[in-house]
Ligand binder design. Structure first.
Ligand SMILES: [Zn+2]
Length: 418
C-alpha cells in the first residue's frame, strides 16, 4: 500500500535528469505526462505514470489533483542565506542613483552586512536562516545552495558555514554549502588583496576537515578581485579538493567566465556582461551558467544576462534568486521565473529546466534533486496552475498549493482537493 497517491494531475512535469543537465536546444524539451499520477512510499517516489495506470492501487491518502500541475521541488542554486541585519536603509541611496560599487566604496553595502554578521550570534543567525528557509519552502524550493562571505575573517566565515550545516540538518530544505570568503576585500586589507586571499585559503583545510562546504567561490569584479587573482585562488581551492564557482562578469566584462570554463568550474554565475568569447566557451564546456535576473532587476539595470545567446550557442543555463540582503532581497524563485520570461526571453520549458534539473546539477545534486523519477526522494510541488506555461506568465504571487519533502507534506496552504 502506498502512503500517498496523487491522481488526475493535469500536467506532471517528469523532468528527467539521468542524462545530465539540459543544454542548448535540449533546454526546450520538457517531458510532460497528461492526466498523471505519482505514488509515494516511505518518502520515495514509488510510481510515476498516468492515472489510468494506477486504477486499483491503494494508498493511505489519495489526492485528486485535477486542474493542477505537479513538478519536482524547485532548486535554488545561488543564495547568500546566512547573514546578519538587513539593508532597507540603502533604498534612499539607490533612489538617488548611487551605484552599488559607489556604496561599496563608501564602506556601505556588503561591508555593513559583514559588520552585522560579525555582531550576530550563531543562535540568532540560525533563527534568521530558519525564517528565510521556511519562506523558500512555502514558495516551492526543496533544495538550495547557501554561501558564506559575510565574515571575511576565519571566525565569522566558519560561524556562517556552521549555521548552514545546522540548518541543513534541522530544516526540511536540503542545503549545499559554498565558501565565499573571497566576497570582498575587508578594510584592514584594503591595499593587500593577495594577502587577504592567502588568509582565506588558510581556512580551507579546516572547512574540509569539518565538512563545512563543498564549493569555493570568489567575487571576480572591478574593485574586488581580478581574473588572475581569482584564477590562482580557485586553482588552489581545487588542489585542496573543492569544486569551484565564480561570481563573474556581473557588472563589466572582465573575462571571469572564460577563466571559469578554462579551469573547469562547475558554474559561472551572473554573466550580465559576458563576452562573445565567454558565451562560446560556455557552449564548449561543462560549466553551467547560473543567471540571476532578480539582481539585475533590483539594481535597476536595463541590460540582462544574454540567456538566449547562451542557450542558442549550446550552453547550459540555471536560474537562481541570488537571495542576499543587498542586491537581491527575495526568496521568491517564482518571481525569478517571471523575470526569466519577461527579461531573459526564456521559453517556459527552458525556465522549468533551469530551476529543476539544471539547478540541481549546478550544485552537484543532479542525481538526487530536480527530477521526478522512481526511487528518488519524493520532493514534489503541487501548483495551483492549469499548465506549466502559467507560472512564468502569472507574476508576483505564490502559486504553491502543497510541497512534499521526502514524501512528507512540508507546507500547505490548503488541501489539493478543496
Ligand atoms: Zn551572489
Amino acid at each position: 500500500m502506498l502512503d500517498t497517491l496523487l491522481t488526475s494531475i493535469d500536467q506532471l512535469l517528469a523532468v528527467q535528469a539521468s542524462g545530465g543537465p539540459k543544454r542548448g536546444k535540449d533546454m526546450a524539451v520538457l517531458p510532460v505526462v497528461e492526466n498523471g499520477a505519482i505514488g509515494i512510499k516511505d518518502g520515495k517516489i514509488a510510481f510515476v505514470g498516468t492515472t489510468e495506470e494506477v486504477k486499483g492501487l491503494d494508498a493511505k491518502e489519495i489526492i485528486d489533483c485535477k486542474g493542477k500541475i505537479v513538478t519536482p521541488g524547485l532548486v535554488d542554486p545561488h543564495t547568500h542565506l546566512v547573514f546578519g541585519g538587513s539593508r532597507e536603509h540603502e533604498m534612499a541611496l539607490k533612489q538617488q542613483g548611487v551605484s552599488y560599487l559607489e556604496i561599496l566604496a563608501q564602506g556601505g553595502g556588503i561591508l555593513s552586512t559583514v559588520n552585522a554578521t560579525k555582531n550576530t550570534s550563531e543562535e540568532e543567525l540560525f533563527r534568521k536562516g530558519w525564517f528565510h528557509l521556511n519562506r523558500s519552502l512555502r514558495l516551492g524550493v526543496t533544495t538550495m545552495e547557501a554561501k558564506s562571505g559575510y565574515g571575511l575573517d576565519r571566525e565569522t566565515e566558519l560561524k556562517q558555514l556552521r549555521v548552514a550545516k545546522r540548518l541543513n540538518e534541522a530544516h526540511d530544505i536540503d542545503l549545499v554549502s559554498t565558501f565565499l570568503g573571497a566576497h570582498a576585500v575587508p578594510a584592514e586589507y584594503k591595499d593587500m588583496p593577495e594577502k587577504f586571499l592567502e588568509s582565506m585559503l588558510d581556512v580551507l583545510p579546516q572547512i574540509k576537515e569539518e565538512g563545512l562546504a563543498e564549493f569555493v567561490d570568489i567575487f571576480c569584479e572591478t574593485g574586488v578581485f581580478t581574473v588572475e587573482q581569482s584564477r590562482r585562488f580557485l586553482e588552489r581551492a581545487k588542489d585542496l579538493g573543492f569544486n569551484v564557482k565564480i561570481h563573474a562578469d556581473e557588472i563589466v566584462p572582465l573575462g571571469g567566465t572564460e577563466m571559469a570554463c578554462e579551469i573547469g568550474a562547475i558554474t559561472a554565475d551572473h554573466l550580465v556582461g559576458v563576452s562573445e568569447e565567454g558565451i562560446k566557451m560556455l557552449a564548449a564546456s561543462e560549466t553551467i551558467a547560473v543567471l540571476l535576473p532578480g539582481t539585475t532587476f533590483y539594481l535597476g539595470k536595463d541590460s540582462y544576462a544574454p540567456a538566449r545567446s547562451i542557450i542558442e550557442a549550446g550552453g547550459t543555463v540555471a536560474l537562481s534568486t541570488d537571495f542576499n540582503p543587498g542586491s537581491s532581497p527575495t526568496e521568491n524563485l517564482q518571481f525569478i521565473m517571471n523575470l526569466a520570461a519577461l527579461r531573459l526571453k526564456m521559453k517556459p520549458e527552458e525556465i522549468w529546466n533551469a530551476v529543476t534539473v539544471n539547478a540541481a546539477y549546478a550544485i552537484g545534486r543532479g542525481s538526487e534533486a530536480g527530477a521526478i523519477e522512481t526511487g528518488r526522494w519524493a520532493d514534489l510541488v503541487l501548483w495551483d496552475a492549469p499548465n506549466y506555461q502559467y507560472l512564468p506568465y502569472h507574476y508576483g504571487v505564490n502559486h504553491v498549493n502543497t510541497v512534499w519533502k521526502k514524501g512528507k507534506k512540508a507546507e500547505g496552504r490548503k488541501p489539493a482537493y478543496a
